[in-house]
Design a protein around this ligand. Structure first.
Ligand code: NDP
Length: 329
């Protein structure tokens, strides 16, 4: 089926849904192609304590559900599918999902970022069988188990803290001595008696691929190069994210070396294509900054469409004068 739209949004995280709220309230009847991880990264996090307006914090999935409802209330249409291809070489642009072809005057790319993995064979083979990249989704399965979390940022520390609700012991493996996480998070984790630390170390293997379950890990001390085997029931990888821009590789959009869409504000180099949120923000990567740039992208698209409509009306009124004044020859 072909759908004709003035404004289409790829992605339904904080950026995409905020853009939808603004575009819907401007009567642009936006279409959101949600992607298969509807709601974006906040749906796989626990407590969000830094989104303004929630003094006691809010669960990530709940925050996204509320944003979705708000966008829907003003008339946003949603498709629960991935965009499979995008043609940005001519305007209007074409987006294809498995079932639809969407022709759109403006496109807002809010596809966010995804969890990075270490790249170990055992990590991918045991993913979902004791290895996970989402403590919120899988923590429950590790009641009274011994688990390890890899990473030193806010996500890793938050996941370690969360996992102590279930696991008998949580050990954080970080490749340096200093944490990247915020001081408040480091304090909280250090005060948690259930959390242990293995610093200056890397996870180099997860056992046991032949059994199809996690029974242990091998870690390597990066200062001494010594390796050590430890028993384990679960491993959580929390080492950051990569932008979801595979769809745009080799296309006309400009991408940074790390794969982020290069923008001027939220404008890409293609007129009518805007990018907002983690897909274009390598630095801040916050739910609130994603929401902010989502708002900016929707406003930019709205202003562009209004300017073009006004120009079109001006041209057609010059080309087709509305009759001669009475009495003229
Ligand atoms: P970050 O990029 O902040 O941290 C990634 C961590 O993983 C770093 O400690 C990094 O080590 C480590 N790492 C990266 N690659 C590897 C590798 N190959 N092997 C081993 N370790 C690796 O990502 P986060 O997901 O933690 O956070 C992203 C953003 O979201 C941040 O701005 C954060 O503040 C925010 N956030 C906020 C939360 C909150 O306020 N409640 C909760 C979660 C996230 P190194 O330090 O050595 O580079």
């Amino acid at each position: 089926m072909t759908i004709r739209k003035k404004l289409t949004i790829l992605g339904s995280g904080s950026a995409g849904l905020t853009a939808a709220i603004y575009a819907a309230r401007a009567n642009l009847e936006p279409l959101v192609i949600q992607g298969m991880q509807a709601g974006g990264q906040l749906t796989i996090t626990t407590e969000v304590e830094n989104f303004p307006g929630f003094p006691d914090g809010i669960q990530g999935p709940e925050l996204m559900e509320e944003m979705h409802k708000q966008a829907e209330r003003f008339g946003t249409q949603f498709i629960y599918d991935n965009a499979e291809s995008v043609d940005l070489t001519k305007r209007p642009f074409t987006v294809r999902t498995s079932a639809e072809e969407i022709i759109t005057d403006t496109l807002l790319i809010c596809t966010g970022a995804s969890a990075k993995l270490l790249g170990l064979e055992s990590e991918s083979k045991l993913m979902g069988h004791g290895v996970s990249a989402c403590a919120t989704c899988d923590g429950f399965f590790f009641r009274d188990k011994e688990v390890f979390v890899v990473g030193g940022g806010d996500t890793a520390l938050e996941e370690a803290h969360f996992l102590t609700r279930f696991a008998s012991s949580v050990t954080l493996i970080h490749r340096r001595e200093q944490f990247r996480a915020s001081a408040i998070m480091v304090d909280r984790v250090k005060r948690n008696p259930k959390i242990k630390f293995i610093l200056d170390s890397a996870l180099v293997d997860v056992h046991d691929m032949t059994k199809g379950e996690v029974t242990g890990i091998t870690i390597k001390n990066l200062k001494t190069n010594q390796t050590q085997d430890l028993p384990a029931d679960g491993v959580f990888i929390a080492i950051g994210h990569k932008p979801n821009t595979d769809l745009f590789r080799g296309g006309p959009l400009e991408l940074s070396e790390a794969g982020y869409i290069i923008t001027d504000g939220v404008k890409t180099k293609i007129k009518g294509v805007f990018a907002a949120g983690d897909v274009q923000d390598e630095l801040y990567r916050q739910a609130v900054t994603a929401a902010g740039t989502g708002c900016m992208a929707a406003l930019e698209a709205q202003w562009l469409l209004e300017t073009e409509e006004a120009e079109h009306e001006k041209k057609t009124s010059i080309a087709e004068p509305k009759g001669q004044p009475v009495g003229s020859t």
